[in-house]
Design a protein around this ligand. Structure first.
Ligand code: GDP
Length: 373
């Protein structure tokens, strides 16, 4: 994440905007690279940001840039005074010090994916997104307010720059703070522009995304664009169709929705759809079980042995095509990663394998290993 430099910030709200952006970046990051201009020495602004970083407690690597030649020497020494450990002398322009930076980053690489599954110290990251007025804030208030584990409306809930810590049954959850982001974007007077960027950031933040639709105008182009974005970013998706209280023929509407989702979002076949009324609370209780179920699918692993047995069966049932007389051979399959389940298939002449055959395999995986959505 590249935060805005000073020169990109404007007039009045300069400090506020930089601070907001920086805090969001810190919150999202596994490690922060804090860069000062060694030729300019440590400035009050550097000290301000150093304080912010210390407060958050994320790992920090301090970079003293523009250190080529000797003009950066005194700035490099001064950098120790920031209290963020030993600075790395760098010249971005000349590519000096990148090896040291690499070495400093290595210990922060997280190579064990399973670590990140929600548990006592790893909350599940959840975002509720959707167009303005879909009812996101109403829903979040309903969900958090109704939790029986809580004694008061705010007890056990803490807010940081971008999320709310919450708990659903035994699962700790970090909930993207939609309303909080909006409060801040109002201050910046750039509501429209920020709400799009904010949606993107929410998707990047989240493991599971709840896309909230307004039942009275569901599945418009913008909703489809967001759903597709969520799929391409590899997040788990649940569709929440709100204001269901306003729908008259619920059965017919439900059928229509399912038909439209299947037709317009084939890349998400089996996507869970929850109809609810955030206002009255009706149906809200179905949402979190659907979220947990798709989260489980999103984390699923299938053994290589099972996959290859399955592949043999699929080939026997429906052999791959033989363009220009030679049948494409599907050799071997493995799950390359989870979150979301991602599979690698090794075959002869990959490029000739038609989309329709890939779809046949993908849909087969969805059905046979119970991985809808
Ligand atoms: P947000 O912009 O997505 O956060 O939407 P809000 O939560 O602020 O809700 C927008 C408007 O829709 C408010 O006037 C809510 O009272 C209303 N609203 C929210 N949920 C429902 C619902 O389930 N049924 C009905 N009829 N209105 C709702």
């Amino acid at each position: 994440i590249d935060t805005a430099g000073l020169e990109e910030a404007d007039g009045e709200s300069l400090e506020g905007r930089m601070r907001q952006q920086t805090e969001t970046a810190i919150e999202l990051a596994d490690v922060c690279l804090f860069m000062i201009d060694a030729r300019a020495g440590v400035t009050p602004m550097d000290e301000y940001f150093a304080g912010l970083l210390r407060k958050h407690g994320k790992p920090v690597i301090l970079l003293a840039n523009k250190c080529e030649g000797s003009a950066g020497q005194s700035g490099l020494l001064e950098a120790y005074s920031l209290g963020l450990g030993e600075p790395i002398a760098l010249s971005s322009e000349h590519g000096e010090g990148l090896g040291d930076l690499h070495d400093a980053l290595v210990p922060h690489l997280d190579d064990d994916e399973d670590d990140t599954i929600a548990g006592p110290d790893k909350p599940m990251r959840l975002a509720i997104i959707g167009r303005p007025n879909a009812g996101k804030s109403t829903l979040i208030n309903k969900m958090i307010g109704e939790d029986r584990l809580l004694t008061g409306p705010e007890a056990g809930i803490t807010r940081d720059a971008i999320s709310i810590d919450w708990q659903w049954r035994d699962t700790p959850i970090k909930l993207w703070d939609t309303a909080g982001m909006r409060r801040r974007s109002r201050i910046n007077d750039k509501l429209e522009k920020l709400s799009v960027a904010d949606g993107l950031r929410a998707v990047q933040f989240a493991e599971v995304v709840v896309l909230m639709l307004d039942a009275t105008m569901a599945l418009e182009k913008q909703d489809l664009t967001i759903a597709d974005l969520v799929a391409r970013e590899g997040r788990a998706l649940v569709l929440a169709v709100n204001k269901w209280d306003l729908v008259e023929d619920k059965q017919a509407e439900r059928r229509k929705l399912e038909e439209e989702v299947a037709r317009l979002l084939p890349q998400l076949a089996g996507l869970p759809i929850v109809t609810l009324s955030a206002l009255s609370g009706s149906g809200v209780g179905k949402l979190m079980p659907a979220v947990m179920k798709i989260y489980d699918v999103w984390n699923r692993r299938v053994s290589t042995a099972k996959l290859n047995q399955w592949l043999e069966f699929q080939i026997a049932r429906h052999p791959p095509p033989a363009p220009s007389g030679r049948r494409i051979k599907l050799r071997y399959m493995t799950q390359a990663r989870a979150r979301p389940p991602t599979f690698a298939l090794f075959c002869s002449s990959t490029r000739d394998l038609p989309e329709s055959y890939k779809r046949y395999l993908i849909n087969g995986l969805r059905d046979d290993f119970d991985m809808p959505g």
